[in-house]
Design a protein around this ligand. Structure first.
Ligand code: F6R
Length: 608
């Protein structure tokens, strides 16, 4: 969480920093700030405020903020409330700093260095600045080295020293920093989104290395002072794919992009009708030598894992656990060298997922990750990676990342079934053929999106809503409910509809909004009975149903009904997800909310 940027070069730093912060704002948007350095004659100037980057822009208008060297930050609050004082950059003595991560021992450090009376904010970051200042005797490297030895927790620290104008230093543990040196100057950032307007070439600053950037370029040193060579990589998306493309919100654009994102993700990974991961360098042994699978992931990515679990269990008859990454290691999980751990993450930076993966590897598991952002920390930590080719996902609510994660899981299940002989070649061809049909089916849902927009109006003013279904429909609804609550602020519960009568049905009263999904033949009758149970208690039901399961002669009193194009039952999650994403999107938009940046959230979650 938190977005960081640093720049030194021939241009005005203020403009570059503000533009970059706007691109990084999805990492956190509680406050924003920049610090600019215009040479020996002037002190470092800090401009910061609570609120969005647009508020900071206003504060920076006019003559303020000169210099061609500076650092910037957009915050997701962890320590201390959302106010100007807690916004970064923080200054202490000679030191100006921005930080992403959490300094867990900040209280001990405060006590040890007697800082209490000297701090002006409630942040852990200002404590880190004070410790740096304490150790700074004119040698930045020594100060940084001594400081990081004292810090516990995760950090990406970007530092300027008052008496070293035109130089930026950075160091990190876990929290990411990428950097580059190009025609426009030297830059560092929390992720490549902020750099790819200038170059497609960047490197990841290794953990516990010090990066120094100045007018003559950049240098990297390890903690013993040895120079290290940056390992440059190429970013595989162009920045035009990171703008809104004429849509009012990134989320709508990203929902609409899904058919192409799925095509990109599966293309090149099917050879003669059979999924094949040779292009990804993933060996077959990883799928044949494991006896069980554990999926670790958070939020939407975890919901993708639940679909993967259902598919692997039914097509491979293999045991699969899906775990919240944040809970995984604390439950003493059973992991051994016959376990394949699959980490799913859009950003590849979610710290809980990263830590769960490291834990499983330590117990001997082999690992595979499904990641969207190339070269991200989880990808680097995994034995093998299958990238989703969704392109940049900017809206906080995940859409195309989720459906491309599903696409990779479908491919993986079919490859495993092929290798382990649990599906015939004909069955695999049919399965893969159905996956290839997904983009067209999604397009058909998208073309009827205004019908879904109408249903959104019915739940606009609701305080609570229920989403009910069973089996795979329940998995779809867990995701649909997360989407609706995070961007519309309507309290929404996804419920396995057979469970309702064990308590929750008490909450169904006249006009309670209920959204039901019915796409699975084996569950159709039971799901319809459960829907009748809530209808007879006054619920106002919006139904998303597989076309061929909908009987026109049946009940008519739906609050809304949307038929989902027919696919094999195990693929119905694809059209249903798109429909539920659209529902959440229209509710949020019609409520006049900031769809792309819901309150309290951030796109990349790098705190535990
Ligand atoms: C919800 C959402 C989050 C993320 C979760 C994991 O729309 O986006 O629930 O899915 O924070 O993030 P990644 O996939 O980056 O690990």
């Amino acid at each position: 969480m938190c977005g960081i940027i640093g720049y030194i070069g021939p241009k005005e730093a203020k403009d570059i920093l503000l533009d970059a912060l706007e691109l990084l704002e999805y990492r956190g948007y509680d406050s924003a700030g920049i610090a600019l350095n215009s040479g020996f004659e002037n002190p470092i100037e800090v401009l910061k405020c609570a609120g969005r980057v647009s508020d900071l822009r206003k504060r920076c208008e006019g003559d303020k903020g000169k210099g061609n060297c500076g650092i910037g930050h957009t915050r997701w609050a962890t320590h201390g409330g959302v106010c100007d004082e807690n916004a970064h950059p923080h200054q202490f003595g000679n030191v100006t700093v921005v930080h992403n991560g959490i300094i867990e021992n900040y209280k001990e450090l405060m006590e040890h260095y007697h800082l209490a009376g000297d701090l002006t904010s409630q942040t852990d970051t200002e404590v880190a600045a004070a410790v740096l200042n304490h150790f700074y005797q004119g040698d930045p490297y020594a100060a940084i080295r001594k400081t990081v030895l004292k810090l516990k927790g995760t950090f990406a620290l970007v530092i300027m020293f008052e008496d070293r104008p035109g130089t930026i230093y950075a160091v990190r543990n876990v929290s990411p920093i990428v950097a580059t040196c190009c025609e426009e100057g030297c830059m560092l950032a929390s992720d490549v989104t902020a750099l790819c307007r200038f170059t497609n070439s960047y490197f990841v600053v290794p953990e516990f290395h010090v990066l120094e950037m100045n007018e003559s370029g950049l240098k990297l040193y390890d903690m013993s002072g040895e120079e290290a060579i940056p390992q440059y990589m190429t970013v595989d998306w162009d920045v035009s794919r990171a703008d809104k493309g004429g849509y009012p919100f990134y989320m709508e654009k990203e929902i609409m992009e899904q058919p192409d994102a799925i095509r990109r993700t599966i293309e090149g990974r099917i050879v003669n009708g059979i999924p094949d991961f040779s292009v990804d360098g993933v060996p077959d042994e990883i799928f044949t030598e494991c006896e069980r699978v554990i999926v670790v992931a958070c939020g939407t990515a975890m919901h993708a894992g639940l679909v993967g679990q259902a598919l692997i269990q039914s097509k491979l008859r293999m045991h699969v656990d899906v775990e919240y990454a944040s809970e995984f290691m604390y439950a003493d999980p059973v992991v051994d060298d016959k376990t394949l751990v699959i980490a799913i993450s859009q950003s590849g930076e979610t710290i809980d997922t990263l830590e769960a993966l490291k834990y499983a590897k330590k117990q001997g598991a082999r690992s595979l990750s499904i990641i969207n952002v190339r070269g991200a920390s989880i990808a680097r930590e995994s034995d093998y990676v299958l990238y989703t080719l969704a392109g940049p996902e900017i809206a906080v609510a995940s859409t195309k990342a989720y459906t491309t994660q599903l696409a990779v899981l479908y491919l993986m299940v079919a490859r495993m079934a092929y290798l382990r002989g649990t599906m015939s070649i004909e069955e695999i061809h049919e399965f893969v053929g159905e996956l290839a049909r997904v983009p067209k089916v999604m397009e058909s849902v998208l073309s009827r999106r205004q019908d879904i927009h109408k249903f959104a109006r019915a739940i606009l003013n609701a305080k609570d809503a229920f989403m009910i279904g069973r089996g795979l429909d329940y998995s779809i609804l867990l995701e649909g409910s997360l989407k609706l609550k995070e961007i519309s602020y309507i309290h929404t519960e996804a419920y396995a509809s057979g469970e309702l009568k064990h308590g929750t049905i008490a909450l169904i009263t006249e006009n309670t909004p209920v959204i039901a999904v019915v796409t699975q033949k084996k569950l159709h009758d039971k799901e319809m009975s459960n829907i009748r149970e809530v209808k007879s208690r006054g619920a106002s039901v919006t139904l998303f149903i597989k076309e061929s399961y909908f009987s026109q002669e049946g009940e008519q009193d739906w609050s809304g009904i949307f038929t989902l194009p027919d696919m094999l039952d195990e693929f119905m999650v694809m059209p249903a997800s798109v429909a539920l994403q659209l529902l959440a999107y229209y509710v949020s938009m019609d409520k006049g909310l900031d769809v792309d940046k819901p309150r309290n959230l951030a796109k990349v979650v790098t705190v535990e």
